[in-house]
Design a protein around this ligand. Structure first.
Ligand code: PMP
Length: 387
């Protein structure tokens, strides 16, 4: 295990004079905090003996029913018995890797990929093989070529890890047509898919995308989270897995933590039962859309020629590519000196590439701070081009 570059960066980025486009923190202040406080107090007064007690390792059964209702918004039909509640989606990733991966096994992941997943895969000594993505998400032809090559080399692929919707860090979404192709390719090579989808309900236009899991219940393990749709500090996420896998995940969870927090599980259950959560999510979408717009408008107005960036239709992140010859990692201290922080692209590749890229997020700073942050960043890049 190695320290994440990103964690180190966050300490500096948290200084008030720095505009941080680095973090991926949801804007939880937009929650109706008084109502949540009232609800939680009532819950303990009314139901404290359950709320403050151990629970089952699989998680609260009523919450698991509610989770199925949430997933139905993405076309998923599931039984609560196939759901396990976890300490954020992050624990689900850890448990899945623990039960499937032996040192040296191949895990496929998008290039770039979610840094927290790469850290987990590394901790179990997986060999991460990247498959490129573009504006339409993971590239199907690249996936089949990679699988063909690995098969020729006799390498065992344990699973494909993908964030198909509003990807972290690239901000791109797998198109509907590609979804069918990815499922078909994985069926052909008999590869399991881990669909990590914490941002799926945070789209800015129209209805939620149909999940991969909606069209293949046997091959896809789906990970969800309330971190972005309610609050990240509650640490409530889940996995939906084929029955036999779910049973192993429960055993792994038992050995890791005995059971998840009853308190936060029941708080989420209560929230989903008593609060207008669908409207609240719509409110989050509006807030993040305004911030996305502020970022894209300032990028278009201010970025030097040669920079390109993605155009997210939801979620938290824009992926920016620097002009040829620039290095986002080398530039980071100079950006901090100019009071703007971002995450260098290298953290999102297991092989340490990605120097020309960076992740900039619009989820947390208010729009005027985003504009100021992009203005400072554009100045840093201009100066870099003069070096
Ligand atoms: N997957 C992805 C793609 C994420 O961006 C995150 C949070 N940054 C997680 C999983 C973990 O989320 P949590 O553990 O808070 O549910």
């Amino acid at each position: 295990m190695v320290a994440s570059e990103i964690r180190a960066l966050f300490a500096v980025a948290a200084r008030p004079e720095v505009v941080s486009l680095a973090g991926g923190m949801p804007y939880v202040s937009a929650l109706p905090l008084d109502a949540v406080g009232q609800m939680t107090g009532d819950l303990i007064a009314r139901n404290g003996a359950e709320v403050l007690q151990y629970g089952s390792a699989q998680g609260d059964p009523v919450l698991r029913e509610k989770i199925c209702e949430v997933m139905s918004l993405e076309g998923i039909q599931a039984s609560a018995d196939d759901v396990i509640v976890t300490v954020g989606a992050q624990q689900a990733l850890d448990l899945i890797t623990r039960i499937f991966v032996d040192p040296g096994d191949v895990v496929l992941a998008e290039a770039p990929s979610y840094v927290g997943a790469l850290g987990t895969f590394a901790s179990y000594q997986a060999d991460v093989v990247h498959v490129p993505l573009d504006e339409g998400g993971l590239i199907p032809s690249a996936l089949s070529e990679t699988l063909e090559r690995l098969q020729r080399e006799g390498r065992r692929v344990k699973f494909l890890y993908t964030v198909p919707t509003f990807q972290n860090p690239a901000g791109v979404t797998l198109t509907q047509a590609r979804r069918a192709q990815i499922l078909e390719i994985c069926a052909r090579y008999d590869v399991l898919i881990i669909e990590d989808n914490p941002y799926g309900l945070l789209g800015f236009d129209g209805e939620p995308m149909r999940a991969l899991r909606a069209d293949d219940a046997d091959r896809v393990i789906y990970l969800g989270s309330f971190s972005k749709t309610i609050a990240s500090g509650l640490r409530v996420g889940w996995a939906l897995a084929p029955h036999a896998v779910r049973a192993k995940l429960v055993l792994a969870a038992e050995s890791a933590v005995l059971c998840q927090s009853s308190f936060t599980q029941l708080a989420v259950r209560e929230y989903l039962t008593t609060q207008p959560w669908r409207e609240q999510i719509k409110g989050f979408c509006e807030l993040y859309r305004e911030r996305r717009d502020a970022m894209l408008e300032s990028l278009a107005a201010l970025m030097p020629e040669g920079c390109t960036w993605t155009n997210p239709a939801g979620g938290f992140f824009v992926w920016l590519t620097l002009p040829e010859g620039l290095d986002s990692k080398a530039m980071a201290p100079r950006a901090i000196a100019q009071r703007v922080a971002y995450v260098p692209g290298t953290g999102f590749y297991a092989d340490g590439t990605g120097h020309r890229h960076m992740r900039i997020s619009y989820c947390y700073p208010e729009p005027h701070r985003i504009r100021e942050g992009v203005r400072r960043l554009a100045g840093v890049i201009e100066a870099e081009l003069q070096l």
